[in-house]
Design a protein around this ligand. Structure first.
Ligand code: NAD
Length: 340
């Protein structure tokens, strides 16, 4: 069993913990919090040993009725690999301690590429992470872009990409952020950082991205245009998308034309926390233009799509599955998940 610690049990960390716990070849040896919270109670309830960043706060946790197993350094002594899911920018400061305890480490998209030197998406570059000590799983938006661009590139060759990200203002549980009555250009300059971030995984793709933030909490929406090198048909593209284990199709016949209805669907499907681990491509949006360019809308569940990628990154780094196909199949099966 691969012993996994999760440093930072927040939006991403708690989901990664549950996904790891569901895998037949992995176990959660600990999760960490900085202060007592609802999530800390749940960690106790789920049986995840709870470690804290500052051991002096142990009495505070205990007064709240939350059992503490020790500090983060003790957690690191128990694991083979740590998933750092601390807030963006915090994780890089933890690198020294991971090296001190000689544990492999995964960071999230809020950190810069340089923290790990390998930016990861299981569909694109699983082999790069094979046996590696340090890997960064790219952000939710970059994950969504990488999946679809790589798929199209392998089948048709992608000459160039233009994509606009309409981004959620805050996560549903986030009470401190987000525009209330505005569309915020994020950034106002073009391009946004997403294109260069895609290039950390797919270096040769010619891509320009723009982004804006809107007052919603569930999912981002991508508007994508890809110029293809070889001739493509709409049906051919739809078949290709259907073949991808992490890209789903929102059927036209379902009448779903929004993110709100997708959340309802995920909830009705019994997905934990209404999580959509797959990118959701709207069938009716898939079109081929006069110059063989592919257009589509895809919705990306920001809290979920990177979770399954973290599980595959663990397998690659621990050499626990020889190929992306094998790991993705194991991860999806353990979660009882096939793309919509
Ligand atoms: P979050 O704020 O929801 O959770 C972070 C957790 O880390 C909190 O539980 C906090 O208590 C804990 N923490 C803070 N400082 C710590 C420390 N020094 N040691 C241990 N724990 C500490 O953040 P999040 O949204 O889960 O984001 C985590 C990472 O994932 C970031 O890099 C972010 O950019 C990335 N990411 C977030 C999303 C998203 O939509 N939320 C999507 C993809 C990637």
């Amino acid at each position: 069993m691969i012993k996994v610690a999760i440093n930072g049990y927040g939006t991403i960390g708690k989901r990664v913990a549950d996904a790891v716990a569901a895998q037949p070849d992995m176990e959660v040896v600990g999760v960490s919090k900085t202060r007592p919270s609802g999530e800390a109670y749940i960690a106790n309830e789920r049986g995840y040993p709870l470690y804290i960043a500052d051991i002096e706060k142990k009495p505070e946790f205990e007064r709240a009725g939350i059992a503490v197993a020790g500090d983060v350094e003790e957690m690191l002594k128990k694991c083979d690999i740590v998933v750092d899911a601390t807030p963006g920018g915090v994780g890089k400061a933890n690198k020294a301690i991971y090296e001190l305890y000689n544990v492999k480490a995964i960071w999230q998209g809020g950190e810069k590429h340089e923290v790990a030197g390998i930016s990861f998406n299981s569909s694109c570059n699983y082999k790069d992470a094979y046996g590696a000590d340090h890997v960064r799983v790219v952000s939710c938006n970059t994950t969504g872009l990488c999946r679809i661009i790589h798929l199209a590139d392998e089948a048709y060759g992608v000459k160039s990409v233009f994509a606009t990200m309409v981004r959620r203002g805050s996560d549903p549980g986030g009470i401190k952020k987000g525009p209330v009555d505005a569309i915020v250009l994020n950034p106002v300059t073009i391009p946004s950082h997403h294109g260069p971030d895609v290039n950390t995984v797919l270096p040769s793709v010619d891509i320009v991205t723009t982004a804006m933030i809107v007052p919603t909490t569930f999912m981002h929406m991508h508007v994508i245009r890809m110029e293809l090198a070889q001739e493509a048909s709409r049906e051919g593209v739809l078949d290709l998308i259907r073949s991808h284990p992490r890209i789903g199709i929102v059927k036209g016949a379902s009448g779903i034309t929004s993110t709100a209805e997708l959340r309802e669907l995920a909830s009705d499907m019994g997905r934990p926390r209404s999580d959509l681990w797959e990118s959701c491509v709207y069938e009716d949006s898939v079109s081929i233009g006069a110059n063989n360019e592919l257009y589509l809308f895809q919705a990306i569940h920001q809290e979920a799509d990177v979770v399954v990628e973290n599980v595959d990154a663990i397998r690659a780094m621990m050499k626990a599955a020889d190929s992306a196909e094998e790991s993705v199949r194991m991860t999806n099966e353990a979660l009882g998940f096939s793309a919509i």
